[in-house]
Write a protein that binds this ligand. Structure first.
Ligand code: 4NP
Length: 155
């Protein structure tokens, strides 16, 4: 099966969960030797456009060797539905919002990142923004699990 050549990760603010997924996925792909896949992330909301990821996300990723510091938040745009073959939501509300934003007949596959979590895995990634640092570790655990499986699905 030919995998998608462009994947977009989507959360609400694009400063916590989806930048973590972008950073982890880029690192996993680089280490995997599979053909290049373009990876980006975006938010359905526009409050943080232009901002770097949340400092807690940057710190948690750095502890695992992933550098998020150069990322900047952007909002989902209509052209994303043409550019990306696979658009992955972090939680169910992101999925509902994406379905509303998608132009009729768009070819992109819109799904949950946790579709790749495997049996017994979580079915969404909760927003860690209003919680403590532990939430970011839990988010990263799930993101790593899903991205590992996603790389294998592409391979
Ligand atoms: P994210 O987390 O969707 O994982 O980037 C959030 C960041 C900011 C807000 C909500 C969620 N906010 O309401 O500002």
């Amino acid at each position: 099966m030919e995998g998608p050549r462009r994947i977009l990760f989507v959360c609400l603010g694009n400063i916590c969960r989806s930048p973590l997924a972008e950073g982890v996925m880029k690192a996993r792909l680089a280490a995997s030797g599979v053909d290049p896949v373009e990876i980006e992330s975006a938010g359905t909301g526009g409050w943080h456009v232009g901002a770097p990821p949340d400092p807690r996300a940057i710190a948690a990723a750095a502890r695992r060797g992933v550098d998020l510091s150069a990322l900047r938040a952007r909002q989902v745009r209509r052209s994303d539905f043409d550019r990306f073959g696979l658009i992955l939501a972090m939680d169910r509300s992101n999925l509902v919002n994406l379905s509303r934003l998608a132009p009729p007949g768009c070819a992109a596959r819109i799904a949950m990142i946790t579709d790749f979590a495997g049996a017994g895995g979580p079915d969404e990634i909760d927003d860690p923004y209003y919680g403590g640092p532990d939430g970011f570790e839990a988010t990263l655990d799930t993101v790593e699990r899903c991205c590992g499986a996603l790389v294998e699905a592409i391979r």
